[in-house]
Ligand binder design. Structure first.
Ligand SMILES: *[C@@H]1O[C@H](CO)[C@@H](O)[C@H](O)[C@H]1NC(C)=O
Ligand SMILES: *[C@@H]1O[C@H](CO)[C@@H](O)[C@H](O)[C@H]1NC(C)=O
Ligand SMILES: *[C@@H]1O[C@H](CO)[C@@H](O)[C@H](O)[C@H]1NC(C)=O
Ligand SMILES: *[C@@H]1O[C@H](CO)[C@@H](O)[C@H](O)[C@H]1NC(C)=O
Ligand SMILES: *[C@@H]1O[C@H](CO)[C@@H](O)[C@H](O)[C@H]1NC(C)=O
Ligand SMILES: *[C@@H]1O[C@H](CO)[C@@H](O)[C@H](O)[C@H]1NC(C)=O
Ligand SMILES: *[C@@H]1O[C@H](CO)[C@@H](O)[C@H](O)[C@H]1NC(C)=O
Ligand SMILES: *[C@@H]1O[C@H](CO)[C@@H](O)[C@H](O)[C@H]1NC(C)=O
Length: 212
């Protein structure tokens, strides 16, 4: 029994080590929108600072990546999953569940902004600036990206609903003597598994004795 349990412990330790040393094939990326040009509208030339569609076509986007908008308060950042909203260059009629405004309504011009947008939904994501009553959008401040699965959403962006409330452990329980089956070879995280194996073994013996 002791030898068997020790061997079992060693196998569990090996499995844990193997799982911990697995590294993902690629990493999450941050994409600076427009590259060095940033996210700007040139009011003098009445055109976007760069061709954002060309920029988007040069990138590969995956779930969990971020778009980094280096901009100022002259532009806005609107994200939508709704093609109609995108094509209208306005989110006045948009639904809350498919369109997000990351900034806007600022009455000060030229205020520097860095806006970080996580990509959390696969497929078509649309971005535009609705400033100047849609003229910025009509004149190039709009682009579409396709978001691929990649590594999938990281836990930080994939938040499940909060777990049900659990009563905190009784503070008295810390002072009670630990309830343990005496044994010497088990240690660390394998203890619970080894103990339950031992329990199963005893149950099996009891059943056998009863049957005899
Ligand atoms: C990407 O941007 C996010 C949000 O600012 C940040 O938490 C993350 O560390 C950045 N990742 C890389 C690889 O720069
Ligand atoms: C807009 O374009 C003009 C002409 O090319 C240039 O002189 C000016 O610096 C640009 N403005 C901005 C804010 O990029
Ligand atoms: C910029 O272009 C729009 C058309 O998209 C036009 O309505 C507007 O008058 C132009 N503005 C300037 C300052 O040229
Ligand atoms: C931007 O680039 C795309 C190709 O990536 C092209 O179809 C489009 O006409 C360009 N827009 C402007 C305003 O030059
Ligand atoms: C921001 O908008 C204001 C007001 O239209 C203009 O004077 C200023 O040049 C703009 N700044 C940039 C960087 O485009
Ligand atoms: C897109 O938004 C419009 C309102 O702007 C709405 O009428 C339409 O149903 C939406 N489309 C989808 C596919 O949700
Ligand atoms: C928004 O809600 C409508 C119905 O309320 C639904 O048809 C649509 O798929 C939702 N869109 C998103 C992006 O969840
Ligand atoms: C359990 O591991 C600790 C170090 O993590 C060690 O000090 C202790 O002697 C080990 N106990 C047994 C029974 O192997």
């Amino acid at each position: 029994m002791a030898v068997e349990t020790a061997a079992f412990t060693a196998v569990v330790a090996l499995l844990i080590t193997a799982a911990a040393s697995q590294t993902p094939p690629t990493a999450y990326s941050n994409h600076t929108v427009g590259g060095p040009a940033g996210w700007f509208f040139n009011a003098t030339k009445n055109i976007s600072a760069t061709n954002y569609s060309s920029w988007a076509a040069s990138q590969t986007f995956n779930l969990g990546d971020f778009l980094i908008f280096r901009t100022n308060s002259n532009q806005t950042v609107i994200q939508t999953y709704n093609l109609t909203t995108f094509q209208s260059c306005s989110f006045d009629d948009a639904s809350d569940n498919d369109t997000v405004q990351y900034n806007g309504g600022d009455t000060d011009f030229n205020k520097p902004l860095i806006i970080q947008v996580p990509l959390t939904i696969k497929g078509s994501n649309y971005f535009f600036s609705d400033a100047n009553d849609g003229v910025q959008c009509q004149e190039g401040m709009a682009f579409e990206i396709q978001v691929n699965t990649g590594l999938g959403l990281p836990p930080s962006l994939n938040q499940p609903p909060p777990p049900p409330y659990a009563t905190p452990p009784d503070s008295n329980s810390a002072q009670m003597p630990p309830l343990m089956i005496p044994q010497t070879k088990d240690n660390g995280s394998s203890k619970t598994i080894a103990n339950s194996r031992r329990e199963l073994f005893f149950i099996a013996v009891m059943v056998l004795l009863l049957l005899c």
